[in-house]
Design a protein around this ligand. Structure first.
Ligand code: ASP
Ligand code: MG
Length: 430
């Protein structure tokens, strides 16, 4: 068994230039197509033509597919309709079928235009996962057979989103998981690049629906992409970006409907001109909680956030202030959908923590500016605060990391803030 995620030496992974990686071989690429790109037979024929072009250009090609747009939702809905608390292993059996259909169809479409191809389900390769049915992680991929066949110019058409669990049953990777399948396969096959074809043509400086002057980035670093993915720009599944970063897989995000280069997601070293700020993201899915007059003594934060962790409630931003009278206010943010459970958890520890009131505000937005150039530049946060002040937008909570500054503001100011910041950091297209 070949463990792609462990035994590919760093230096040999996708991050190195293709020439040095495989001097004597044809370039090897993984092409991944999302649900809208395979939504009907005409689109599947278009995908076949794209694949043919790469094969004709002398590449060894593996393709990873999603289910047709809407299919997985329907399959999930059927499981839920029968039983809200259904057996996760049977859920996986059902929801993995969408990809089986598209891979078989694409193999047929490729054969029709003279390209040798075959479909592969996760269990056939196998793509081994852990036992966490419904949200499994890929543990290893045996790429040997695929590599041999690709060397003989056979195109491998692989089902995304699925693998084989230790219990010998089909497992799926969580919604959006075929991005992760593609990156993992690219690592296992030591591919030169993983092209993710989707319905957007790249990664933008911010959401173009809010800022029409947003620019498409030619390159973005893994770390920036992770920050942008987790704060609201939902182009790639976050886990796929983490994997690409760890395995040094070069990822390209590009449109399956147009012929133009997309955005390369690569190692920071590959980016010569480092932007101080590369992008502005927003998220409206958090809620703000304030606990009033919490006892100001050791162990209080541990009690509050320990309880939330126990309940599997993710906490994002946290602020606490000093106070003179032995109490303090504690403010933090959680996912909006966790509000009822958070409320219950806080009531359960009221005695221990001694809070007097709990204030809940779901009407907030988190705005983040992200850029690796921040590491070496001062004043980035200040530009943000000034730009928001000029628009009279009140900042409720601030948090920072090495390459990100985030603020929490009233949700009604989201668009105004994003536009102001896009201009303030000089990101508007000329
Ligand atoms: N078909 C799966 C989903 O809709 C996996 C994917 O498309 O990435 O979540
Ligand atoms: Mg997707």
């Amino acid at each position: 068994m070949l463990d792609p995620l462990a035994n590919i030496p760093r230096a040999k992974r996708g991050g190195t230039a293709p020439q040095t990686q495989k001097q004597d071989q044809m370039p090897r690429i993984v092409m991944k197509f999302g649900g809208t790109s395979v939504a009907n037979l005409d689109r599947i024929r278009d995908v076949a033509q794209r694949v043919k072009r790469e094969v004709d250009a002398g590449n060894q090609v593996a393709v990873v597919l999603s289910a047709m747009a809407g299919t997985t939702n329907q399959l999930v809905g059927w499981c839920q309709a029968l039983a809200p608390l259904h057996d996760a292993r049977e859920y996986d059996t059902v929801v993995a079928t969408g990809e089986q259909v598209t891979t078989g169809l694409l193999a047929i479409a490729l054969q029709e235009i003279g390209i040798e191809a075959r479909s592969w389900q996760g269990w056939q390769i196998p793509i081994r996962t852990d036992n966490a049915h419904g949200k499994a992680r890929i543990l290893s991929i045996d790429g040997a057979d695929l590599i041999a066949r690709m060397g003989r110019r056979q195109v491998a058409v692989v089902s995304g989103f699925q693998g084989l669990a230790p219990d010998n049953r089909i497992a799926t990777l969580g919604r959006g998981g075929s991005d992760t399948s593609a990156v993992a396969l690219a690592a296992a096959l030591k591919a030169d690049r993983c092209d993710i074809y989707t319905d957007v043509d790249g990664i933008y400086t911010t959401d173009p629906r809010i800022v029409p002057q947003a620019r498409k980035l030619a390159k973005i670093s893994y770390e920036e992409m992770l920050e942008l993915a987790s704060v609201g720009a939902k182009v790639l599944q976050s886990r796929s970006v983490e994997l690409a970063m760890n395995e040094r897989v070069r990822v390209q995000v590009l449109s399956s409907f147009e012929d133009k280069p997309g955005t390369l997601v690569v190692d920071e070293d590959e980016i010569v001109e480092k932007e101080i700020v590369s992008g502005i993201a927003y998220a409206r899915d958090e809620a703000k909680i304030t606990l009033r007059r919490v006892a100001d003594r050791p162990g209080i934060a541990a009690t509050i956030f320990g309880k939330l962790a126990e309940e599997n409630i993710n906490v994002d931003m946290i602020v606490q202030n000093i106070s003179a009278d032995g109490t303090t206010d504690m403010t933090f943010t959680i996912g909006k959908t966790d509000l009822p459970r958070t409320h219950a958890a806080l009531l359960a520890i009221r005695e221990q923590v001694g809070w007097t009131d709990v204030l809940e505000d779901p009407n907030v937005a988190k705005i983040s500016v992200v850029g690796v150039g921040m590491r070496s530049h001062a004043g980035v946060a200040n530009t943000m605060f000034r730009a928001l002040a000029d628009k009279a937008i009140n900042i409720q909570v601030i948090s920072t990391s090495e390459i990100k500054v985030s603020v929490l503001i009233g949700a009604e100011y989201t668009e105004l803030a994003v536009r102001a910041l896009h201009t303030a950091y000089g990101l508007d297209a000329a």
